[in-house]
Ligand binder design. Structure first.
Ligand code: SOE
Length: 380
């Protein structure tokens, strides 16, 4: 094979994130062949709305189809069963995070990925902000100095209303950890990827501030309030961790889905012995750089900076790119990895795989163990 072929893909799930994947797939040049939604009727409605050929009735039809790759954007508990069936059928898989609702699930999926040899990727999408790439390049450059501290937050407010609900609140569909599994996983992934270091041990505490919510609905994210009967909430609204890394650096993170006014505020701050740097996902076009004279703002500019910052720039400086472009880059790089596996081109830098999904599940498992025991635990 000497040139890349047009990918034929299916999208599983038609919520907010399914639509984000669909758009990114189209922009990356794929043919979206079909969709599997929550019911066959819903699949037909979405297929008509998206203008795609096939409304899949179930996962068996997707596995038996001639698509090359499948985007899994369904509730968390279906990720591993769907991914395993699709990998066994030879499909490449782009699976939403978290990989599984338990560490064992995630490990099982990674084992199948290894055995079948298909390409598997996961949208730890914030890695794809050009200025997150710049942060990584700077933190890992000699001029930054050895990292002495890592800290930050990931705050949202979409579950602040006691009437807000989602399948994410349900411990079966969403998994036993909510805030940490959903967004803490992004924070840990970004920090480990940026620093090249690993969270080795941690102590955690969690809170459930809204004790009851309406029973979970099919809704996945912001803006969904229900008048339905209340049920007890068992998954955390917030999680705080203190940690030490393999390089014996101390760190902390505050993760919450009940922080009024914070819409998607992932903040990572890395302190080195000569410089410090901050990446704020709500202001993704800039990086804050600190030295002994104070902080200054570095603006994304395709004419400057690291090669990876420049590679991921799709617009000129001052023409804001953000979350959607992260997904577009993630999907385009996933398809490039499929091509590379077939001998066409290079596998791109920094593409998160099922191994990264297992890593996130490992940290989440440690967070839950520590919160339950109120003790420091090894992450593994
Ligand atoms: C909801 O909290 C959510 O959509 C997460 O599931 C995503 O992973 C994050 O990128 C934005 O917020």
């Amino acid at each position: 094979m000497t040139s890349s072929t047009r990918k034929r893909v299916a999208v599983l799930g038609a919520g907010l994130i399914g639509e984000v994947h669909r758009r990114a797939a189209v922009l990356a040049g794929a043919e979206v062949v079909g969709v599997l939604a929550s019911t066959p009727e819903r699949s037909r409605e979405v297929a008509a709305a998206w203008g795609v050929e096939r409304a899949f009735a179930d996962i068996d039809e997707v596995a038996a189809s001639d698509v090359d790759a499948v985007h899994i954007c369904t509730p968390n508990s279906s990720h591993v069963p769907f991914a395993v069936q699709l990998m066994e059928a030879g499909k490449h898989v782009l699976c939403e995070k978290p990989l599984g609702v338990s560490l064992e699930d995630a490990q099982h999926a990674a084992e199948v990925a290894e055995r079948t040899g298909v390409v598997t990727t996961m949208p730890f999408a914030y890695r794809f902000h050009p200025m997150a790439r710049e942060l990584r390049a700077r933190v890992q450059s000699p001029g930054f100095g050895a990292v002495n501290l890592v800290h930050g937050t990931y705050l949202q407010d979409w579950l602040l209303s006691p009437r807000s609900t989602s399948w994410r609140v349900d411990p079966v569909a969403g998994g036993p950890s909510r805030a940490f599994g959903d967004i803490g996983s992004h924070w840990c992934d970004l920090v480990e990827w940026v620093t090249g270091d690993r969270i080795a041990s941690l102590v955690a505490t969690t809170s459930i501030s809204v004790k009851q919510r309406p029973a979970a609905t099919a809704a996945s994210f912001t803006g969904f309030e229900s008048d339905g009967p209340l049920v007890d909430v068992t998954t955390e609204d917030s999680a705080l961790i203190l940690f030490r890394t393999a390089a014996d650096v101390a760190g902390s993170a505050v993760i919450s889905q009940l922080s009024a006014g914070r819409k998607n505020r992932l903040w990572v701050e890395v302190d080195g012995m000569q410089q410090s740097a901050v990446f704020d996902q709500e202001l993704p076009e800039q990086l804050l750089l600190g030295d002994d004279e104070g902080y200054r703002t570095l603006v994304r500019d395709p004419n400057h900076g690291s090669s990876e910052q420049r590679r991921l720039a799709t617009l000129p400086a001052g023409h804001a790119q953000g979350y959607a472009q992260c997904f577009e880059a993630y999907v385009a790089d996933s398809y490039a990895a499929i091509d590379a596996q077939a001998g066409v081109g290079e596998r791109p830098e920094g593409l998160p795989t099922f191994a990264d999904g297992v890593r996130a599940a490992t940290i989440c498992d440690a967070m839950l163990r520590s919160a339950a025991s109120r003790a420091w635990v090894d992450v593994g």
